[in-house]
Write a protein that binds this ligand. Structure first.
Ligand SMILES: CCCCCCCC/C=C\CCCCCCCC(=O)OC[C@H](COP(=O)(O)O[C@@H]1[C@H](O)[C@H](OP(=O)(O)O)[C@@H](O)[C@H](O)[C@H]1O)OC(=O)CCCCCCC/C=C\CCCCCCCC
Ligand SMILES: Nc1ccn([C@@H]2O[C@H](COP(=O)(O)O)[C@@H](O)[C@H]2O)c(=O)n1
Ligand SMILES: [Mg+2]
Ligand SMILES: [Mg+2]
Length: 216
């Protein structure tokens, strides 16, 4: 949903910055790589210690690179299959670090095995959400459905609620409950999204067979 409705807005806002980076000689691939490294560092340095406020700020500073790299490639006319592959593959790395960092907190000082398991479930189900689409596309299908919790929703819900929950370390009472709420929302939402995508691909595959294609 966010991918559909927020993308145009962020394209407009981030285009001058993308233009500037191109002008000083930065490549889209460099932005993809540095952005991912920043997200991974923010998630794995801060989250396992329970420092969710600072971790979220660092991650947020870098995560928008995912909207800038493609913008740069399109402006420069260099969009490529390599760039698409690199972008999507590193998205998976960044997502793993975010939920892996949260799982490490609950496995350690956060001391809550159930929430550790929910964070691991978020990590795995998010990867499955993305895989369903990638595999469908590799088979010539579209997986054309607006999923409930796609990558943008996963990141926005998790980062906003994790960041707010991090205010607990500055003495704001009860607010640390927002992180478990985010995890449960993402876990259930991702499960629904996997189901939506599988049902859609099942229908598209049947239509392909009916049209005389769709057999391997
Ligand atoms: C005192 C309070 C402190 C709290 C501070 C918290 C601040 C944190 C705030 C916001 C965090 C914003 C996170 C921004 C997230 C950026 C999202 C993003 O990068 O999305 C990427 C997404 C998809 O990009 P791609 O096409 O490159 O990737 C595809 C995708 O990965 C597919 O995955 P799948 O969907 O299948 O799982 C793959 O299949 C595909 O291969 C791959 O190519 O881009 C978009 O969706 C574009 C829309 C982005 C919308 C961003 C919205 C940000 C909105 C709001 C910020 C709200 C701030 C509010 C702060 C309030 C704090 C109280
Ligand atoms: N290093 C890169 C990154 C991206 N691309 C192209 O942009 C598309 C993704 O656009 P986003 O706005 O979602 O970042 C991707 O499919 C590639 O076509 C690129 O060429 N090089
Ligand atoms: Mg991108
Ligand atoms: Mg991306």
């Amino acid at each position: 949903m966010l991918n559909k409705y927020a993308r145009a807005f962020f394209t407009k806002v981030l285009t001058p910055f993308a233009t500037f980076l191109l002008r000083i000689g930065v490549s889209p691939d460099a932005v993809t790589l540095v952005g991912t490294a920043g997200v991974v560092a923010g998630a794995l340095v801060f989250f396992p210690r329970g420092s969710f406020f600072w971790g979220t700020l660092v991650i947020t500073a870098f995560v928008f690179s995912d909207l800038v790299d493609g913008n740069m490639a399109r402006q420069a006319g260099t969009s490529s299959v390599w760039g698409a592959f690199l972008d999507s593959t590193l998205d998976r790395v960044a997502d793993s670090a975010v939920f892996g960092g949260i799982a490490l907190w609950y496995a350690g000082k956060g001391d809550n095995l159930l929430l550790c398991a929910v964070a691991v479930f978020c990590l795995a189900s998010g990867q499955v959400v993305s895989y369903t689409k990638a595999r469908a596309e590799s088979l010539g299908l579209k997986c054309d459905v607006q999923g409930l919790v796609e990558r943008a929703e996963r990141l926005v819900v998790t980062l906003v609620l994790a960041g707010l929950s991090g205010l607990h370390q500055f003495g704001v009472p009860y607010i640390d409950w927002l992180l478990p709420i985010a995890l449960w929302l993402i876990a259930v939402g991702s499960l629904v999204t996997v189901f939506q995508r599988v049902v859609t691909v099942r229908r598209e595959a049947a239509e392909a067979v009916a049209a005389g294609a769709g057999r391997l």
